[in-house]
Design a protein around this ligand. Sequence first.
Ligand code: BGC
Length: 747
Amino acid sequence: MKSKLLRISVLILLYVIPGISCTKRVEIDRTREKFVNSLLSKMTLEEKIGQMTLYTSGWDVTGPVLNASYRKDILTGRCGNLFNAHTVSYNRELQKIAVENTRLKIPLLFGYDVIHGYKTIFPVPLAEACSWDLELIEKSARLAAKEAASAGLNWTFAPMVDIARDPRWGRVTEGAGEDPYLGGLIAAARTRGFQGDSLSDPLTLAACVKHFAAYGAAEGGRDYGTVDMSERTLREVYLPPYHAAVKAGAATVMSSFNELFGSPATGSRFLLYQVLRKEWGFHGLVVTDYTSINEMVNHGYSMDEKQAGEQALTAGVDMDMQGGVYQNYLVQLVKEGKITESLIDQAVIRVLNLKYDLGLFDDPYRYLDDQREKDNTFSIEMMAHSLDIAQKSIVLLRNEPFNGARQLPLSPAVRRIALIGPLADNRIDMLGTWHAAGDETHVVTVLEGLKKAVSESQIIYTKGCETFGEDRAGFANAIRAASNADLVILAIGENYGQSGEAASRSILGLPGVQQELLEKIVATGKPVVVLLMAGRPLVIPWMAQHVPAILNTSHLGTRAGDAIADVLTGKYNPSGKLTMSFPQNEGQIPVYYSMKNTGRPLDPANKYTSKYLDIPNEPLYEFGYGLSYTSFKYSDLKLSSKQISMADTLTVTVEVTNTGFAAGEEVVQLYIRDLVGSVTRPVKELKGFKKLMLQDGETLSVKFTLSAGDLRFYTADLTYAAEPGKFRVMVGGSSVKCLEGGFELVK
Ligand code: BGC
């Protein structure tokens, strides 16, 4: 009892009281150390390995089913952690086995992929990133954690922070897009959101930054594919978001499936020891991705699973997800002297530290409260946020006049609307990939949202076709509906399984016969608004030419239909900006804004410059792009000085005016270009942004500050430093349209 009280007070001191002194922290760490070491000293080798083992609980249509052998493994201490087990009643039953029936009574961790919501689903992460609203993004993670932790979970396999520049890769939808700076800020926001101020708070989850590292750079965009790049590119482009999440306090890191520099990430001592532990000082837990130790055999890096286990542990992997390799081979490896028990101890200490920090040793049932689960599932707060963030994730790609008038926001004169498409009255696909326990029965479809929002108008709904397959039987009805309407809204794109894991695509047009349907509807001569719902940037050159209005909605989650209706009617003025470029065609991939200039930059008048014969160099829609129902003018870019020293700060100001007839939000973006470096620099790099609300006619002065610290990069000898020289500053509403200025950095 006394020691329990002591531990509680220690937890309070460590995590609840802000500004706690360094000495106190050291003391507290010592208390944890003492507790964990004492527990460790009582553990058999098999029990230790059990703590390094993570298995999935099966999930049946009617509810969870734990494979009988896992139940036995928990009982015998051979499995200390589970994932995919959720709900209070089920997890209580499992926790009970661990803490009431095992020898050492060590509680289980319960992990789950709470990527963009648990039951109430928010937009897929790539869509949410388009809000450029860090507070709101943090809130999404905060609320997702609240709902999930209330359902008995204490660990999420998120945030996914892989930089992605190839939309053929289906998992681009799980991350924040192409840019390391924005990606880093979002990674930190999501980490803070999941973990809150205290891991032991029963409304938070331990975060797991994934997939470490560079999983997003798979060759050809083929999932699980080979990754290879220079160390400079790795450090400059791919590592920053992982690092940002680690700096934000992420409790755990997941090693990725891919190889990098010829070693699978799960066996890479360079990544897991040199970078993560030595350079970044990460003390938390490293877990593998699903069977990624076993897969080192297929990679051709290990001759068998036993060797793979040895390599993974030596590299720095603490916990084996689902592979059973540690469980099967570690005892033998110790006996053979291939690994030391002290290496195992280090891993076990990290697992036990996490359990301690989560407060599980004080109360293993702290996440298991039936009332809390009831109160926090689909709560008013969750549903309200689901609408708010969904509205802000929508990007208006095009809004050109048709017969002399813009179609959006919808005019009250539009009385008959034909709502067509496989995603128009669809619940499940609104949830997008990895929708956890997302409950489709709560989803508001576009049809439902629109009916509420424009109750005066007549809505004729017809599906037209599926998101896949060749069936054109619904075309005739769709054409008839369109012909009889004043305006057509077409909800088309990808279903939830057409992006995400194991969903790479080589042709990025609309899947199935949707393009044909689109062309037939446009041929009716009626004004068309497309709701583009996909997990990735699609290739849509025809649409971009022939359809007057396009909203990129992506997969918006539970309140999708309400959010879309609000944007269609103008109740919410769209403010999203793309965080991943839309290519002109697949041959242009990779296309991203921060490219290098080359020795022969594009000159349309000169054949022998860097370009294509058949398409422009620019993407169809660039990073940072997104329209509004109002318009913004940028003027008066001013730099506080023409020259700054390494210790100075430069102030950049710009005037932004809302020149239209509606209030609206604008994301003001600041880019720089380092003109000459010891290694070549990109033509543009995002270094700051501000999101502001401007009333119609209003002008605001926006101020940014830059210092030498913001100008650092990996120089010729891989030192992270700023080099003296000339810089360009560009400020605007996208990565293309910018006002420009310049300054010099001097020693
Ligand atoms: C995915 C991870 C995920 C894990 C557990 C893997 O297939 O790559 O992102 O966290 O499964 O569900």
